[in-house]
Design a protein around this ligand. Structure first.
Ligand SMILES: [Fe+2]
Length: 160
């Protein structure tokens, strides 16, 4: 941990950094999966899903940067390499063989739900560690994750 004048005890900052790095890994993992789906989806709804999945990847860009920079603000190291993300992510490996739009919607929704659950849990944990700033950041990212989940699940909430 790097020294900082931020008035949170180092042991709290260390826990906050771990909390944030875990969700950062999930978010980067999901962003890569969304791009994979954007590139490889096929089927009758191709163009809508191709654009939807790119929108998900794009919507994650600012939250990823915000999570990473909160980590460094707190004196920690943002674990942004592929190897570190792979080790930390709570997401199941994205199925590489799927092609159909419905399968990509389901797989991305499942992954996004894991991220969203982790974010919601982390809000309370950050508050308990005395860091309402991080809790507020996580709240915003959580709200965006919920919205992105709606955009995916809307494809599943009525019959064709
Ligand atoms: Fe593209």
């Amino acid at each position: 941990m790097h020294p900082t004048r931020i008035d949170l005890p180092e042991k709290n900052r260390r826990k906050l950094v771990d909390l944030l790095n875990a969700r950062l890994a999930d978010a980067i993992d999901l962003q890569l999966a969304a791009k994979h789906a954007h590139w490889n989806v096929k089927g009758p709804h191709f163009i809508a899903l191709h654009e939807l999945f790119d929108g998900l990847a794009g919507a994650l860009a600012a939250p990823i940067d915000d999570l990473a920079e909160r980590i460094t603000t707190l004196g920690g190291t943002a674990d942004g390499t592929l190897a570190l993300v792979a080790r930390r992510s709570a997401l199941d490996p994205y199925p590489p063989e799927i092609v159909a739009g419905t399968d990509h919607v389901e797989s991305l929704a499942a992954a996004l739900a894991v991220l969203a659950r982790g974010l919601r849990k982390a809000i309370g944990e950050a508050g308990k560690l005395g860091d309402e700033g991080t809790a507020d950041l996580l709240t915003g990212v959580s709200r965006e994750a919920d919205k992105q989940l709606w955009l995916l699940e809307a494809h599943q909430q009525a019959a064709i």
